[in-house]
Design a protein around this ligand. Structure first.
Ligand SMILES: Cc1cc2nc3c(=O)[nH]c(=O)nc-3n(C[C@H](O)[C@H](O)[C@H](O)COP(=O)(O)OP(=O)(O)OC[C@H]3O[C@@H](n4cnc5c(N)ncnc54)[C@H](O)[C@@H]3O)c2cc1C
Length: 513
C-alpha cells in the first residue's frame, strides 16, 4: 500500500465506485473488506490516519462482554462470542486467548460470578477459547501474584480474546487493498454530491497533505465516521437529529510488574457500577476504562487527571502494591459512539445502528470492535440493496486476513504475521535497522521503514502511536526515540530536517511535554 498510488487512483477515476466508505476505523475497514471481497469496487477515505479515532484507543479485547451479559443483552453477547471465534481463526497472529481472573472476597460472589461466567461459556458454544473455572484463593494468587490476598475467598477464571487494535486495523486495510480496494488516509470528505433526482452520488474529498480537492462518484456512500457520523449525516441533511451520544473511556499503562502472572484481572463492579480491567499487553499492564459522558466528541481525546486517579485508586484496591501517579508510563482515551437511547452512557447499549439517511447514503455506527465483521456484512447487504448492485453473498466469515499465520510467541515480530519476513529482510539488508530504538521498548528501525513503505504511515505520530504502540506503552521513551524515528521517516519520505523537527515537536505535545 502506498499513499501516492492510492491517492492517484482515487482522484483519477471517472466511473462511479460501487461503494465509497467514509471513515478508516474498524467499521469502515470492515465494510471495505466485505464489499471488496464480494467483488464490488471500493474507495475508503480517512481524514486523519487509519485508526486515529476510537479504533486504536480500545481496551483491545475480542470479547462477548461480560458487562453486557449483566445488562441482559444476551443477543449482543451471543453475536460477539461467535465473532470472537471467527476473528481468532481469521487473524491468529493478532488475536489470542487470554485468561481473566475475577478475585472474590465474598463467598456469594464466587457463586454468582461462577454461575454467570459458566453461562458466558455456554453462550459461546463450541469455542477455541478456554473454559471458566472456580479456583481456590491459593490458585487465584498463583495466577495473579500481585492480587490482594487478605480476605480472598477464591476466584473465577474465564477466557476471552485479546488483540492489538491498530495492528488488526492496518491488516484489515491491507486485506481490502489485496482484494482491489483503494484506501486513502489524510483524505477528508468535506461534502456530498447529489444527482438530478436528489440521490447522493458521491463525495467531495480534500487531500490533507497536498491540499488538492476532487469528487469521487459513488453508487452508494457508507458513512462509517464513528463518533463523527452525525457530522456526515448533516452534510446530507443539515437538520438531521443527532443519533449519537459521546462517552469517553480512558486507560493508563503501568509497568509489567503490576501484573506479572500472564493473566488479566477483571474488577466486575467499580464504586460507580462499571467493569475495570487490568491486562498484560505488549510487556506492560493496561488498566481501564472509565466511562464519562461528553457533550461532543473531541478529535483527539485525552485522559483527564480525575480519570487517571480513579483508575489508579480502583485497581489499587485489588493489588498488593497500589500504583501511584509516578508509575504511569502512558495514557490514552477514546470516544465510544453510543447510539442514543437515554440514560447514563455506561448502561447504554453497545449495539450498532444502521440508517438510510438519504437516498444513496447508509450510516453505520455504534457496536464493538469485536463485531466489526458482522456489522459490515449487514451494512454491505443494505448498501448493495440501496444501490441496486448485483447481489453477491458475503465472503468474510472464513476469510483469512492479511498476514494470517499461526501465532509464534518466541518471535518478537509475530504480530506482523506473514509480513514479518519482509521486516526481517530490511534488517538483513541494513543491520543498523535491527538495533532497538529504545532500551525500554521492543521496536527497531526496520519496523519504521516498513510502516512508511508498506503501511502508509505519514507522520511520526502514525508510527509511534498506531504502527507501533510506543507512545501508549511508554510516553517518555517514545519522546526519547522520536528524533531517530523522525530522521528515518524523513529519509524514506524525502522530507527535510525542518519536517523532522516539527514531527518531534508534535510527539512531545502528544506526550504532554
Ligand atoms: C475506551 C474504549 C474501549 C473499547 N474497548 C473495546 C474492546 O475492548 N473491545 C471491543 O470489541 N470494542 C471496544 N470498544 C469499541 C470499539 O473500539 C468501537 O466500537 C470501534 O472502534 C468504533 O470504530 P469506528 O470505525 O466506528 O469509529 P472510529 O474508529 O472512530 O473511526 C471513524 C473514523 O472516521 C473518520 N472520519 C470522521 N469524519 C470523517 C470525514 N469527514 N472524512 C473522512 N474520515 C472521517 C475519523 O477520523 C475516524 O478515524 C471500545 C471503545 C472505547 C471508546
Amino acid at each position: 500500500m502506498t499513499r501516492d498510488a492510492m491517492l492517484r487512483k482515487a482522484a483519477d477515476r471517472r466511473d462511479p465506485w460501487d461503494v465509497v466508505v467514509i471513515g478508516g476505523g474498524a467499521t469502515g475497514a470492515g465494510v471495505a473488506v466485505d464489499a471488496a471481497a464480494r467483488g464490488y469496487s471500493v474507495l475508503l477515505l480517512e481524514r486523519g490516519d487509519f485508526g486515529c479515532g476510537t479504533s486504536s484507543r480500545s481496551t483491545k479485547l475480542v470479547h462477548g462482554g461480560v458487562r453486557y451479559l449483566r445488562q441482559g443483552n444476551v443477543s449482543l453477547v451471543f453475536e460477539a462470542l461467535r465473532e470472537r471465534g471467527r476473528l481468532l481463526r481469521n487473524a491468529p497472529h493478532v488475536v489470542h486467548d487470554l485468561a481473566f481472573l475475577v478475585p472474590c472476597y465474598r463467598r456469594r460472589d464466587l457463586v454468582m460470578y461462577g454461575v454467570g461466567l459458566k453461562a458466558y461459556d455456554l453462550l459461546a458454544g463450541r469455542s477455541p477459547f478456554g473454559h471458566a473455572v472456580v479456583v481456590s484463593a491459593a490458585e487465584a494468587a498463583r495466577r495473579l501474584p500481585t492480587v490482594r490476598t487478605d480476605g480472598l475467598r477464591g476466584g473465577v477464571v474465564y477466557h476471552d480474546g485479546q488483540f492489538d487494535d491498530s495492528r488488526l486495523l492496518i491488516h484489515l486495510l491491507m486485506t481490502a487493498a489485496d482484494l482491489g480496494a483503494c484506501v486513502v488516509n489524510y483524505a477528508a470528505v468535506t461534502g456530498l454530491t447529489r444527482d438530478a433526482s436528489g440521490t447522493i452520488s458521491g463525495v467531495r474529498v480534500r487531500d490533507a497533505e497536498g491540499g488538492g480537492e476532487f469528487v469521487a462518484a459513488a453508487k452508494v456512500v457508507v458513512n462509517a465516521a464513528g463518533p463523527f457520523c452525525d457530522e456526515v449525516r448533516r452534510m446530507a441533511s443539515p437538520a438531521a437529529a443527532p443519533m449519537l451520544a459521546a462517552s469517553q473511556g480512558s486507560h493508563v499503562v503501568l509497568d509489567r510488574a503490576f501484573l506479572p502472572g500472564g493473566s488479566a484481572l477483571l474488577i466486575p463492579e467499580t464504586p460507580d457500577g462499571r467493569v475495570l480491567f487490568a491486562i498484560p499487553w505488549h510487556g506492560h499492564t493496561l488498566v481501564g476504562t472509565t466511562d464519562v459522558a461528553l457533550p461532543a466528541a473531541p478529535v483527539d481525546p485525552h485522559a483527564t487527571d480525575a480519570e487517571i486517579d480513579f483508575i489508579l485508586e480502583t485497581v489499587g484496591r485489588y493489588l498488593t502494591r497500589k500504583p501511584a501517579r509516578g508509575d504511569v508510563l502512558g495514557t490514552f482515551a477514546g470516544i465510544r459512539p453510543l447510539v442514543k437511547s437515554g440514560g447514563n452512557t455506561a448502561a447504554m447499549s453497545r449495539d450498532h445502528a444502521m440508517h438510510v439517511d438519504a437516498p444513496g447514503l447508509v450510516t453505520i455506527t455504534g457496536g464493538k470492535w469485536t463485531t466489526y465483521r458482522s456489522m459490515a456484512e449487514g451494512c454491505v447487504d443494505k448498501a448493495a440493496a440501496v444501490a441496486r448492485l448485483p447481489h453477491r453473498p458475503c465472503r468474510t466469515a472464513e476469510l483469512r486476513l492479511h498476514g494470517s499465520a499461526p501465532p509464534d510467541p518466541t518471535d518478537p515480530l509475530a504480530i506482523y504475521g506473514t509480513d514479518a519476513a519482509a521486516v526481517r529482510q530490511l534488517m538483513a539488508a541494513d543491520p543498523s535497522l535491527a538495533a532497538p530504538l529504545h532500551p525500554a521498548l521492543p521496536y527497531c528501525g526496520a519496523e519504521v521503514v516498513w510502516a512508511v513503505r508498506a503501511e502508509m504511515a505519514r507522520t511520526l505520530l502514525d508510527v509511534l502511536t498506531r504502527r507501533t504502540r510506543a507512545l501508549y506503552l511508554n510516553a517518555r521513551a517514545a519522546v526519547e526515540m522520536a528524533p531517530q524515528v523522525a530522521d528515518l521517516m524523513a529519509r524514506e519520505l524525502g522530507r527535510d530536517p525542518a519536517w523532522a523537527a516539527e514531527q518531534v515537536r508534535s510527539v512531545r505535545e502528544a506526550a504532554g511535554e
